[in-house]
Design a protein around this ligand. Structure first.
Ligand SMILES: [Zn+2]
Length: 523
C-alpha cells in the first residue's frame, strides 16, 4: 500500500514538474516571440491635393477649392488653379473634403510597446504630434521610454522608416522627490534639497530633454531652485502643480504648463492651505472632495487665470480622466468599442481596479457623486479660463483608464466644446496653441506654404460640428500619404497586437521588471 502511494506521489510530482516546465517554456517563447512591423506608405516626390476646402485654423474661415502641392515633406504651393506636375506625382482628390492641420495630443504616456499599441492608433486618428509626459532616469527602463527612444522614433519618421507621430517635446522622468526614486540610482534624482538641482538639469540637458516634468511632492525650496535654474539650461517646467506651494507661486516662478482638470479646484476654497501640508494633505483631500467643489471661489480663480494669461502659462485640463472617474459606474461608458485596442494585461490588472474603485464610490453616493461634481466643476473652469485668455491645450493622458490612443483626443475636443470652447477654439487647442507652446509654429499648427505637411483630410467640416474631426479620409504625415485603407490597416494591426498572447506576456514582464513602476505602485 505504502509503495503504491509513494509511486503515485512521485508520478504526481513528475506531472506537476513537467507542467511547470511547459508553462515556463510557453512564457519564455511568448516573451521572445518576434513582433511584426508595420510598413510605411510609399513616398512620392510630389503630392497634390486637388480641389480641397482648407480650414484656416486661425480665422475659422474655409478657403474653398484649393490645390495644395507638397514636396519633400513640406507644403510648397497653395493655389486656386490646377497645378500641373509630372505623371509620377500622387494625386489626392479633395473634392468636397476639408483639410485641417494634424492634431497634437499634448499629454500622453508612451512606453516600450507603443510602436504596436499606440502609434498606429494615433496616426489612424490624425494625431500627428504628441507631447509625451513621461521619461526615464539614467538607465533604460523595461517599461517607460525616454528621450533616447523618442528622438530615434522622430528620426525614423523623417526617413519614413516607422509609423509614429512626432514626439514634439522631450520630457524628463516625473520629478516627485525622494520616495519616487529607486534606491541604487544617483542621488541627485531624489532632489532632496536645492543643491542637487544643477546635477539634475545638467543630466537632462545632456539627454536632450526639453522640459522637467514636475510632480506632486517636490519640496517648495527644491521646486523654486528648479524653476529658477531650468531656463539657464534651456529647459522649462511642465506638469502637476506641486502640492506644497500655491498655484500663484508656481505661475510666478514660470512653470509653463499645468496639467489636469483639478488645478484650480485645489487652490480656491477657504481651507486650501490644508492641501499644502506635506504630512496630511492626502488624508485631508480624501475627506474634503465635496467641500472643495462646493466652496470654490471663482473670484480668486479668475484673478489667477488673469495672471496665467499674462505670464503665458498653459493649461492642459485632460478632461478624459475626470470623465472616466465620473462615469465609471455607467455601462454605456465602460462598454467602449475601443477596448479591443487595449491589452488584457492593462484592462485586467490596471483599468479594472480603477474602474471598480470609482464605480463603488459613485454608486455609494446619494445624488450627484463627488467625481461627477469634480468633472462638472472642471468644465466650468475650462470655460472661465478660456474667457480669461488662458491658452488651453488638448491632452488625454493615454494610458490612463479608458483613455484610448488617438480616439480620446477627438473626445477631448468634444468635451472642450461642451465646456464652452467654440469648435474653432477646440481645433486650435490641438493645433495652433500647442505649436506656439512648443515654439514650433513656423513648422506646424496651420496650413501654409513652407510648413510641414502634417495634415488631415476630412469628409466633413469640423467647424460645423467638432465631432466631424473623426470623419477622416486620409492623413499626411511628414508629407507621406496614409489613405483610408492604410488607416484601416493600422487599426487592425493594433487590434491584433493587443489581443495576442505574446504582446500580453511582453507587457506584463516589462511592467514587473520595471523598478520605476514598482516605486510608482508602492507610493
Ligand atoms: Zn499624465
Amino acid at each position: 500500500m505504502k509503495t503504491i502511494f509513494k509511486k503515485k506521489l512521485i508520478h504526481f510530482i513528475k506531472v506537476v514538474f513537467a507542467l511547470i516546465i511547459v508553462a515556463i517554456g510557453i512564457i519564455i517563447t511568448a516573451y521572445l516571440w518576434p513582433t511584426s512591423k508595420l510598413q510605411t506608405p510609399v513616398v512620392f516626390e510630389k503630392t497634390i491635393i486637388k480641389n480641397v476646402n482648407i480650414v484656416d485654423a486661425v480665422t475659422g474661415k474655409v478657403v474653398k477649392n484649393q490645390f495644395v502641392l507638397i514636396e519633400n515633406s513640406r507644403i510648397t504651393k497653395i493655389d486656386t488653379t490646377h497645378i500641373t506636375v509630372t505623371d509620377d506625382a500622387l494625386l489626392i482628390d479633395g473634392n468636397g473634403k476639408y483639410l485641417i492641420p494634424g492634431l497634437w495630443d499634448m499629454h500622453t504616456h508612451s512606453n516600450q510597446h507603443s510602436e504596436w499599441l499606440h502609434h498606429p492608433l494615433y496616426i489612424a486618428n490624425g494625431i500627428t504630434g504628441v507631447r509625451d509626459m513621461s521619461g526615464q532616469l539614467n538607465e533604460k527602463d523595461s517599461y517607460w521610454v525616454g528621450s533616447k527612444e523618442r528622438l530615434q522614433w522622430n528620426k525614423d519618421l523623417i526617413n519614413n522608416k516607422r509609423v509614429t507621430p512626432r514626439y514634439v517635446l522631450q520630457s524628463s522622468y516625473q520629478m516627485d522627490g525622494e520616495k519616487a526614486i529607486p534606491e541604487d540610482l544617483p542621488s541627485f534624482f531624489k532632489l532632496k534639497n536645492p543643491s542637487q538641482v544643477d546635477s539634475l538639469l545638467h543630466f537632462y540637458k545632456k539627454e536632450k530633454v526639453d522640459f522637467i516634468k514636475v510632480y506632486q511632492q517636490l519640496s517648495k525650496e527644491t521646486y523654486k531652485a528648479l524653476a529658477e535654474k531650468a531656463p539657464k539650461y534651456g529647459l522649462h517646467l511642465a506638469g502637476h502643480k506641486p502640492m506644497f506651494l500655491s498655484l500663484e507661486e508656481a505661475v510666478n516662478l514660470g512653470q509653463k504648463s499645468f496639467e489636469h482638470g483639478r488645478v484650480f479646484l485645489y487652490e480656491f476654497f477657504p481651507e486650501a492651505d490644508s492641501l499644502k501640508n506635506p504630512t496630511n494633505w492626502k488624508a485631508y483631500f480624501s475627506k474634503s472632495k465635496a467641500k472643495i467643489v462646493q466652496q470654490f471661489d471663482s473670484v480668486q480663480a479668475k484673478n489667477l487665470m488673469q495672471l496665467m494669461q499674462q505670464k503665458n502659462a498653459y493649461w492642459t485640463p485632460t478632461l478624459q480622466t475626470l470623465k472616466f472617474e465620473a462615469n465609471a459606474h455607467k455601462e454605456n461608458f465602460t462598454n467602449n468599442e475601443n477596448l479591443k485596442y487595449v491589452t488584457s494585461v492593462r484592462k485586467k490588472l490596471w483599468w479594472k481596479f480603477d474602474t471598480d474603485h470609482n464605480k463603488e464610490k459613485n454608486l455609494e453616493s446619494e445624488g450627484v457623486s463627488e467625481s461627477e461634481q469634480f468633472f462638472e466643476a472642471s468644465k466650468k473652469q475650462v470655460a472661465m479660463a478660456n474667457k480669461m485668455g488662458v491658452p488651453i491645450m488638448a491632452g488625454t493622458d493615454v494610458t490612463d483608464s479608458y483613455v484610448f490612443a488617438g480616439f480620446s483626443l477627438h473626445n477631448e475636443l468634444y468635451e472642450l466644446t461642451r465646456s464652452g470652447l467654440s469648435n474653432l477654439e477646440a481645433l486650435q487647442s490641438a493645433t495652433i496653441v500647442p505649436a506656439k507652446y512648443s515654439n514650433q509654429i513656423s513648422d506646424y499648427g496651420t496650413i501654409e506654404i513652407g510648413k510641414k505637411a502634417d495634415l488631415i483630410l476630412l469628409n466633413k467640416n469640423p467647424l460645423e460640428n467638432i465631432q466631424n474631426s473623426e470623419s477622416i479620409d486620409g492623413i499626411l504625415l511628414n508629407g507621406v500619404y496614409y489613405n483610408k485603407e492604410k488607416l484601416t490597416e493600422l487599426k487592425a494591426f493594433t487590434e491584433t497586437a493587443a489581443s495576442s498572447f505574446h504582446m500580453n506576456v511582453k507587457t506584463l514582464i516589462s511592467l514587473v521588471n520595471s523598478p520605476l513602476i514598482r516605486v510608482q505602485f508602492t507610493d
